[in-house]
Design a protein around this ligand. Structure first.
Ligand code: ZN
Length: 663
């Protein structure tokens, strides 16, 4: 690529001040009205402006383009990134329409740049904001501050969060100094440990991090970090970091760029930093164009949808921009299944989507509304053996699966607060000491279960088998932090691994159908006992839904919107449901009837349901006489006593009611 030379003007041969940066951004937006817009995102604690400049073709239109951003100097005493942002702004605006590659990036990407996230800290040359808050420890964090709201957070954090909520960023980076490395998520993990903690997109993060570092030779050749990149938590974990928040909560990829070992290098070195970071900044930004992209719309109206997009077997959602419906799922080359969901629509999985290197694969998706049950839809009174129509609405070109249940709402619950004062027979316990029930601690009521009083290098465990369903319990851990541990396993898989001294904590998960073994364990290392030196469990609940669904029809013909169905047993807890079957075997969402309906025993012997036991019923019975379950000619309707065969007992039953009428 050929660049216009971007000179440092003599008057600006020092770091630009907060005021000068504001004036610079304003001037750029005035000088380049066709591609640049100045945005005031909000105010710092002391009322300084946090400003962004947006650079793209058609800056006033929402377009089918990925949104990208650079944010610098959330730490007020880390001063290289802010200048890199200003040089980058000049590079893009001065070369637009001149350099074809740069012009294409500006045309294809909605680029946002925030040179100063922490203007108060910048003015006071301090890391934190004016209230002493480290902004890169102030974001929502699933392990330490899970509520995704701005409540209780610094003004600067809230400004970035609110801006992000209103946008749909695909990719970003935030710039620091103090090291020379690209740091990619995760920065944190449930244990708060300094161990490699990959996201489900680890391959992608390594790739985009190296897209940055390979163009910056001092970084690429770093003696401290191989290829100048590191997983954040592998280096050192942090709570409340911005990049983890973007990935966990906002479906956006972000890395942390450490641009200089020296926090504030002499300004005379800034042109050198620019020459080392210019190509990196461009190459990194361009990666938001890889993977799969497209628009998600309503199949009927064609209007854009707010949808979630997931790669099957990657536990990470991204979101469409609801204004246009566009999504940009960055992915490495390969073959993927993509899953699309939007509220009020059938989910859709598109299999075998091929991603090549370079430009993203385009995959536009139209979502269909799900079918709806019309009848029976709750409150009806039907009769055993009498045919009824199950009717639904939906796409007349589609095929459907229809099911019924006669035990809707059959919920079994295990609830144990240990209020009997002892472990019941459902528990096993062992190890060096057994678990027992105590009144010394409880989450509710008077009792809880507690690990045995073990010593160093000992273990105390308790197990219980439960059925699949919704599992929850409360636990409290009080032990030596980092060495003695509470472990909780489901079917041998470790689900909780925690130590330290804390209060009662809630755990919940959904167990698949079938039997499962729960195992609670307190495990001590070779020395030291701190706090209460134990673990308590209370208020165990397992809710199992035993509702059994049976096919009325597994796959209708296209255009079929009703099916005849004969209920065969009495119950007040019937329900029917329907879902779309897509070409290739994928399923849409079930639509259930609104309420349950009843089926009552009819007139015995009235096999055809016409209200009278007569010759036509006798003829029907005789037509199936002697046939048993599994035979082609077996008919459950003529098997009046459900014995498995239409036999003499059924004939006798019919004759006993011969001539009766109903109701
Ligand atoms: Zn920093």
């Amino acid at each position: 690529m050929a660049w216009l030379f971007v000179a440092v003007t003599p008057a600006a041969a020092q770091y630009r001040t907060y005021t000068e940066i504001g004036a610079f951004l304003r001037d750029v937006s005035i000088d380049h009205p066709e591609i640049a817009r100045l945005h005031d995102l909000g105010l710092s604690e002391e009322g300084r402006h946090i400003r962004a400049i947006q650079i793209t073709d058609n800056p006033d239109l929402e377009e089918d383009e990925p949104e990208f951003r650079y944010i610098s100097t959330m730490h007020g005493d880390e001063w290289v990134g802010n200048e890199m942002c200003l040089f980058f702004i000049d590079l893009l605006t001065d070369n637009y329409g001149v350099d074809p590659d740069l012009t294409e990036l500006v045309d294809e990407i909605d680029i946002w740049i925030v040179p100063l996230m922490n203007p108060d800290g910048y003015v006071y040359v301090q890391r934190e904001n004016v209230n002493g808050v480290d902004l890169n420890r102030d974001f929502p964090d699933p392990y330490t501050s899970p509520e995704n709201t701005t409540e209780g957070r610094a003004a600067e954090t809230a400004v970035i969060m609110n801006w992000t909520f209103a946008s749909s960023f695909t990719l970003s980076a935030n710039m620091h100094t103090g090291a020379l490395v690209v740091n990619y998520p995760f920065d944190n993990n449930p244990e708060g440990a300094d161990v490699y903690t990959p996201t489900p997109d680890d391959d992608l993060f390594i790739y985009i991090s190296e897209e940055y570092s390979q163009h910056n030779l001092p970084m690429w050749n770093s003696p401290a970090f191989y290829h100048g990149i590191t997983n954040g938590a592998a280096w050192y974990h942090i709570d409340g970091g911005m990049q983890d928040w973007n990935y966990h909560y906002m479906g956006s990829n972000e890395v942390t760029l450490e641009l200089s070992n020296i926090y504030i290098p002499p300004y005379s070195q800034i042109p050198t930093y620019w020459s080392q970071n210019r190509d990196s900044m461009l190459a990194y930004m361009a990666t938001c164009l890889i993977g799969v992209r497209g628009i998600v719309t309503d199949a009927t109206t064609g209007l854009p949808l707010a949808a979630t997009v997931t790669v099957v077997n990657r536990d990470h959602e991204i979101y469409t921009d609801p204004d246009v419906g566009d999504y940009h799922r960055m992915l490495m080359p390969g073959t993927y299944d993509l899953h699309f969901e939007a509220e009020g629509y059938d989910p859709l999985t598109v299999t075998n989507v091929v991603v090549s290197s370079g430009e993203a694969t385009r995959l536009d998706v139209a979502l269909e509304p799900p079918p709806q049950i019309v009848s029976p839809n709750g409150g009806e009174m039907l009769t055993v053996g009498v045919a009824t129509e199950v009717i639904w609405t939906g796409d007349p070109d589609a095929q459907f699966q229809v099911q019924y249940t006669s035990n809707y709402g059959d919920i079994a619950a295990v609830i144990d607060g240990f209020e009997d004062g002892e472990l019941g027979p459902d528990y096993d316990t062992g190890g060096n000491q057994v678990w027992y029930v105590t009144s010394s601690q409880s989450h509710s009521g008077s009792y809880s279960a507690r690990a045995g009083d073990i010593g160093d290098n000992q273990v105390s465990w308790m197990t219980r088998s439960v059925s699949g369903g919704d599992l929850s319990f409360w636990y409290r851990v009080s032990c030596e932090s980092g060495y003695d541990f509470f472990n909780f396993h489901i079917d041998g898989d470790l689900e909780i691994h925690i130590s330290g001294h804390g209060g009662w904590t809630y755990y919940s998960t959904t167990l698949p159908p079938g039997s499962h073994e729960l195992r609670w364990e307190y495990d001590k290392d070779g020395s030291q006992s701190h706090y209460y030196d134990t673990v308590w469990i209370d208020d165990l609940e397992v809710t199992t839904d035993n509702t059994e669904w049976f096919d009325i029809v597994a796959l209708t013909d296209p255009g079929v919107m009703s099916v005849e169905w004969v209920p065969l047993a009495a119950s007040d807890d019937y329900k029917v449901r329907v879902r779309r079957v897509y070409d290739g075997g994928g399923y849409g969402a079930w639509d259930e009837s609104d309420g349950t309906f009843s089926v009552e025993a009819g007139l015995i012997g009235d096999l055809n349901g016409d209200g009278v036991v007569d010759l036509s019923d006798l003829a029907l019975l005789l037509a199936h006489y002697g046939w048993c379950e599994g035979d082609a000619n077996y008919n459950p309707v003529t098997d009046i006593d459900d014995s498995g065969c239409t036999d003499l007992a059924d004939l006798a039953g019919l004759l006993a009611h011969y001539g009766e009428t109903y109701p």
